[in-house]
Design a protein around this ligand. Sequence first.
Ligand code: APR
Length: 308
Amino acid sequence: MKNKVSIVGAGMTGSTTAHWLAELEIADLVLVDIVEGMPQGKALDLQAAMPIIGKDVRIVGSNDYGATAGSDIIVITAGLPRKPGMSRDDLLVANAEIVRTATEQTIKHSPDVIYIVLTNPLDVMAYLTMKVARIEPHRVIGQAGILDSARMRAFVAMELDVSVENIHCYVLGGHGDDMVPLTHASNVAGIPLDEIMPPDRLDAIVERTRKGGGEIVSLLKKGSAYYAPSVAVTQMVEAILKDKHLIVPAAAFMRGEYGLQDIFFGAPVQLGREGVEKIYEYKLTESEKAALEKSARGVAENAAKLDI
Ligand code: APR
């Protein structure tokens, strides 16, 4: 197989990403982690699953970043997950050190790589990755928007008892409680959400979407969500490797879009073989604009706390 995808951090999100990706049979996979033996063990286990599902994918586990050499895509999901009561921002300093190391140690082995960053707070971590790797902004994308939008789609589907395939939701902004679910652009078979649902039900879904990650953290008590985050990464990897020009909500580097500069922020992003091809802009209402500005201030304040 020609393509190579390396996943740094073989914990819940990283190993589940490998699982989804292996099923697609679109790349050989490398899992890297600092815990000795763990990525090797998970890789071997997943490798043994391949004959059963009939996929010719090579999966290697390692504690050595050298194993990532020549990767087309590197997924960074190494770091600490949230504990109940913690915000994603509480992870900032600890995860910044981990992401800095992961970037320094991988870019030298894969100078042409595209990074997909999941480690939270991911808008800032994506920015850090771009700066540490010293690469063009289009080669770094943060995963959050697909996940947040999918949560909203799932909640709408449950509420209306309609197929998830008919439901299209768009969530913009930073991946935090200030994210901005768009209630008019989001729709059920073309009918805007704010027309198909009573305001109180829609407000409840918006609120549940914003707190969707926290709801799972409270239930799990240990660790955070990983099924939906990892399949969101998988969709991004597939869009890039297949050069699909797929538009997904994701965190990209802003150069004037939505009036924002010099931050990574969630927006509709077109993905192809070179990474980010284009960022699309919605016509927003005044209240959506204000909400987006508030979210952007939060991301910029976090970035300022780090020495990037
Ligand atoms: N290099 C490689 N791996 C590392 C490093 C490092 N410097 N530091 C930590 N790790 C590994 C841990 O050993 C662990 O296996 O990162 C992995 C993280 O896995 P989990 O603890 O299971 O956490 P997970 O749920 O996968 O979340 C990881 O992704 O979604 C985000 O908020 C989440 O920031 C968190 C990250």
